[in-house]
Design a protein around this ligand. Sequence first.
Ligand code: HEM
Length: 156
Amino acid sequence: MLASASALRRGLIAGLFAACVCGAPLALSMVSAPSTSAAEETIEKAMDTMKKNARALKPLLQEKDKAAEALPLVVEIEHAILAAKGATPDLVNEIQDEKKKAEEKIAFRRAMIEMLGETLKLEDALIEGKMDKAKEHYEKLGKMQKPGHDRFKKDD
Ligand code: HEM
């Protein structure tokens, strides 16, 4: 009876040890980087916000007195871009060559920085009530979509 109790205890300790050793890398990988799908979800959500708000923005920019209405939409786009900037597209994560992957990560980050810059200029133009200038920045933003998607977005 005594022997079987100590055998049980030994088994329990061995089991716990195995769980810690095997579970540690998994737990570490969970805290060290978001999973690919989480990063991709962030980009997807940000892009959906951009599309929705850009559509709502377009008619407002045609009216001289709609700057105040347009501003919160622009600010929301800024937040979306900021969230996407910290993520990495699946297409980049799947690159095998580590040097190339690092280059593409930086290129994506810089593209987000450029988009954010253009959106901030759009905001500034709206604050000034300069709708023509706001439209110019809006157009520039729109022109970033195709090259961005050609380089970083998986085909649907
Ligand atoms: C006005 C500019 C842009 C608009 C309106 C836009 C819009 C969108 C939309 C609607 C999607 C599909 C999201 C979904 O699957 O639900 C998307 C995906 C994506 N876009 Fe953009 N985009 C723009 C610019 C860019 C730029 C400049 C880049 C990169 C430099 C970029 C990178 C991506 C990536 C990586 C995805 C894939 C995310 C995913 O589906 O999980 N986009 N975008």
